[in-house]
Ligand binder design. Structure first.
Ligand code: HEM
Length: 178
């Protein structure tokens, strides 16, 4: 995971619970809290912070990771406006994540740990995204999708039909857009 992800997590925790709580999570996770945006850090460090946040708050890990994805989305938008095209729909944007955005991210930041999305383009109002990643952060994907839907002002429902956490080789995220 790139330092930017840790920095954003720190921002979210600080804004929501204050700096002392972030310091406490870092201590529990045995981390010094120095993250350089473009450096790569172990995925396990991120999971240790999430586990520490779960221990402290009692909030389920899935809910924490999803909330983090939703928080991240507007930050990604702010720092990468070029990935957002005039007149684009939520569905067009989601199709561009694997085909354009993550391709560019990979070029700009070698070593970025990115997932793979395959798509089944059902019809105008439906899209299935098949998420695959050794990090199994499908709840982060759910949160990012929620953030994107908010950005595009689009109502949707999401059905997480299969999950890597249950042994499937991908997570099937079925979206129906209003
Ligand atoms: C709804 C839209 C998006 C979805 C569903 C999505 C999904 C994800 C997920 C789940 C991860 C975690 C890594 C993993 O699972 O293996 C990730 C990482 C990342 N994504 Fe996306 N993403 C989206 C939009 C974007 C946008 C707009 C950007 C803008 C630049 C972006 C850049 C990145 C970066 C920099 C990382 C972290 C790489 C690392 O830490 O090494 N993503 N993405």
């Amino acid at each position: 995971m790139k330092g930017i992800v840790f920095t954003l997590l720190g921002d979210m925790v600080e804004e929501t619970f204050g700096l002392e709580v972030w310091d406490e999570l870092l201590t529990t996770a045995n981390l010094d809290g120095v993250f350089i945006t473009t450096e790569t850090y172990p995925d396990a460090d991120l999971m240790a912070l999430v586990a520490a946040a779960h221990e402290k708050s009692g909030i389920p890990v899935n809910d924490l990771v999803r909330a983090f994805g939703e928080y991240m989305f507007p930050k990604f938008h702010e720092s990468n406006p070029g990935f957002f095209l005039e007149g684009q729909t939520l569905k067009e944007f989601l199709l561009s994540v694997d085909r354009v955005i993550h391709v560019e991210v990979r070029k700009l930041h070698p070593g970025a740990g990115l997932p793979e999305f395959a798509y089944k383009d059902v019809d105008d109002s439906e899209l299935t995204m098949f998420y695959r990643s050794p990090r199994q952060l499908c709840m982060l994907a759910e949160g990012l999708i929620a953030g994107a839907a908010k950005h595009f002002n689009t109502e949707y429902t999401l059905e997480h039909r299969t999950c890597m956490h249950d042994g499937s080789d991908s997570c099937e995220l079925h979206l129906t857009m209003a």
